[in-house]
Design a protein around this ligand. Structure first.
Ligand SMILES: NC(=O)c1ccc[n+]([C@@H]2O[C@H](COP(=O)([O-])OP(=O)(O)OC[C@H]3O[C@@H](n4cnc5c(N)ncnc54)[C@H](OP(=O)(O)O)[C@@H]3O)[C@@H](O)[C@H]2O)c1
Length: 309
């Protein structure tokens, strides 16, 4: 199989490339943004006409935190719809046999019933801070379904939960909670500080999936799943932000204390995906959270610019 991994330099794309290389039986195609800007329809079309990949995993997107999302809804909507439209259109025009689109758990309604089942999509209002991004992703899910309905194409969509691991964004200004904590505890340890301030009360519950486990799950879907309905990829268990902070603190070796800035917002009290569907396909995560945090911290020390204090 000739498999194109779009967005291979990102956290998810690079994990998918590692998983494919480990499997070792496919020709993996990659292109950096400099080589192929996926928002440029003509360039994308020319590239697919030439390369004709058999399968496409779409891990390319404009991704960002709450602040970036609320500041730049135009870019999040335009770039993400362009990337997914260009990829799907050119891929199927040039013989692609299977297309895997990546959404995100933020496409579900703000007050979705927990754990969140796939069929709760579009059953209520979205979280307003990232609705432009979520709507672009929902359009991608619908486009994949439309390709199945209208042209009988094999397009599927996966909805991962919060991810972490090598290649993550560790900038505390724009990162998710887990990598942001790694940076904060690491800096405090290196600078001999006694206290780290974290946002909120620490009581919201979240689940965290290691990106290497996600990549294995995506390959299971690529090989064994060919239906219209979206599929959640998560751990099926969550923990409080406070519990998470204690784990990160231990892995980093920060011996001070945490002060919770309760004036800052907590966000949704709970966000847990129902994972019965992917479990039924025989996939389950194998990396325990403590082990995942420890190996991510090792990666951070060797590779992340934020590790330098
Ligand atoms: N991270 C999470 O916790 C999470 C959770 C659920 C779902 N997801 C989904 O997983 C996918 C990948 O996320 P990620 O965390 O891996 O993001 P990421 O690290 O920011 O990677 C995104 C990749 O897309 C590429 N890209 C963006 N715009 C492009 C363009 N115009 N042309 C070519 N390449 C472009 C980026 O290239 P550059 O390297 O050049 O910028 C980057 O390699 C997204 O669809 C996201 O919604 C992520």
């Amino acid at each position: 199989m000739k498999i194109f991994v779009a967005g291979h330099r990102g956290m998810v794309g690079s994990a998918v490339v590692r998983a494919l290389e480990k499997r070792g039986r496919d020709l993996v195609l990659t292109r950096s943004r400099q080589e192929l800007d996926l928002t440029h329809a003509v360039e994308v079309e020319k590239w697919f006409a030439r390369e004709k990949p058999d399968q496409v995993i779409d891990a390319a997107a404009r991704v960002g935190g709450i602040l970036e999302n609320s500041r730049r809804p135009v870019e999040f909507l335009i770039e993400n719809t362009r990337i997914q439209n260009n990829l799907m259109e050119s891929a199927f025009r040039h013989g692609c046999q299977k297309f895997l689109f990546l959404g995100s758990s933020c496409i579900y309604p703000k007050h979705a019933h927990q754990p969140i089942r796939e069929d709760s999509l579009m059953s209520g209002p979205l979280e307003s801070t990232n609705d432009a991004y979520a709507l672009a992703k929902i359009a991608g899910v619908r486009l994949a379904q439309a390709y199945r309905d209208e042209y009988g194409k094999s397009a599927i969509s996966a909805m991962p939960t919060n991810l972490y691991g090598p290649g993550d964004n560790f900038d505390p200004e724009s990162s998710h909670a887990l990598p942001g904590m790694i940076t904060k505890f690491h800096r405090a340890k290196m600078q001999g500080e006694r206290e780290v301030v974290l946002w909120g009360t620490g009581s919201p519950r979240r689940e965290w999936l290691h990106v290497d486990n996600l990549a294995d799950g995506l390959l299971v879907l690529l090989e064994h799943y060919d239906e219209r309905e979206i599929v959640n990829l998560g751990v099926g268990e969550d923990l409080t932000i406070k519990e998470l902070a204690e784990k990160v603190m231990k892995a980093v070796g920060f011996a001070g204390s945490i002060r919770w800035d309760t004036g800052k917002p907590d966000g949704t009290p709970r966000k847990l995906l129902d994972v019965s569907k992917i479990r039924a396909l025989g996939w389950r995560p194998t990396i325990p959270i403590d082990q995942g945090i420890a190996s991510t911290y090792e990666w951070f020390l060797k590779n992340a610019p934020e590790a330098k204090v």
